[in-house]
Design a protein around this ligand. Structure first.
Ligand code: BTN
Length: 242
């Protein structure tokens, strides 16, 4: 798939732009929409995503797939793997918090918000990624949970565009492979990059309630198994760990 980059100085949200313009985009290509600043960046579960100007990657990868394609729900995990690998090449041993948060030093450095919509007979994926690159300690302190950035971890400034290009190239390779063989070829790498340790205590919340349990591994379909105090194994498909 060819890649087309669209960069904006200011957007409300790159995901929102993708959603509003999906039907106008070339269906044979991947369009990567990025912005220098987002005035209302969006996170998962209705949260906002702190998006100060010129500090971080704010990008949405927009592409079209056959809705009958296998394992499509794992695509955000493929993006998380691509970003973790890119960070590793840059010298940062990033870990993944299920399902697709990126962590460094146990703090969040990146997050992924994936949205889909049908455009004619194709499924349009908009996979948005926010990656804290040159976020300062002062900026990080304004966020209500522990976060970090490449600058905070290394006291070095990074070229945001160059990192986005590297991420795009890496995701492209993984996407091509994924579209042929699905999630199975990525499972082992995904499991190895998990921050969770076997049997560690964790809390999982879904739309129903908060569950307490112990980490019991990642299933072949990318879902997480939680061992409940009763010994029952709960399969977690979507929700959040805390
Ligand atoms: C999360 O809550 O962890 C997901 C955060 C996703 C943020 C990115 S920044 C680029 C894209 N545009 C948005 O409005 N959100 C995503």
């Amino acid at each position: 798939m060819k890649t087309n980059f669209l960069h904006f100085e200011t957007l409300v949200s790159t995901n929102l732009w993708a959603k509003e313009h999906a039907s106008e985009l070339d269906r044979q290509q991947m369009t990567i929409i990025s912005a220098n600043v987002q005035t209302s960046g969006r996170g998962r579960l209705g949260r906002s995503w702190h998006s100060p100007a010129g500090k971080n990657i704010y990008a949405t990868f927009c592409f079209f797939v056959d809705p009958r394609q296998n394992d499509l729900m794992n695509l955000p995990q493929i993006m998380a793997l691509a970003a973790a690998e890119m960070l590793e090449v840059e010298g940062f041993p990033a870990k993944l918090k299920w399902p697709n948060d990126l962590l460094l030093s146990n703090k969040k450095i990146g997050g992924i918000l994936s949205e889909t919509r049908m455009v004619d007979s194709l499924l349009c994926f908009s996979i948005g990624i926010g990656l804290n690159v040159n976020l300062s300690t002062e900026d990080a302190a304004m966020i209500d949970r522990p976060v970090t950035s490449l600058l905070i971890e290394s006291a070095r400034l990074f070229d945001i565009e160059e990192l986005l290009q590297k991420l795009a190239a890496n995701f492209q390779v993984k996407l091509d492979k994924f579209l042929v063989s699905g999630f199975v070829d990525f499972l082992s790498d995904y499991r190895h990059r998990m921050v969770h340790e076997w049997h560690a205590q964790m809390q999982f919340s879904d739309s129903q309630k908060l569950w307490q349990g112990r980490f019991h591994g990642i299933n072949p379909d990318g879902s997480l198994s939680l061992e409940l105090p009763s010994g029952e194994i709960k399969k977690c498909l979507s929700g959040e760990l805390s």
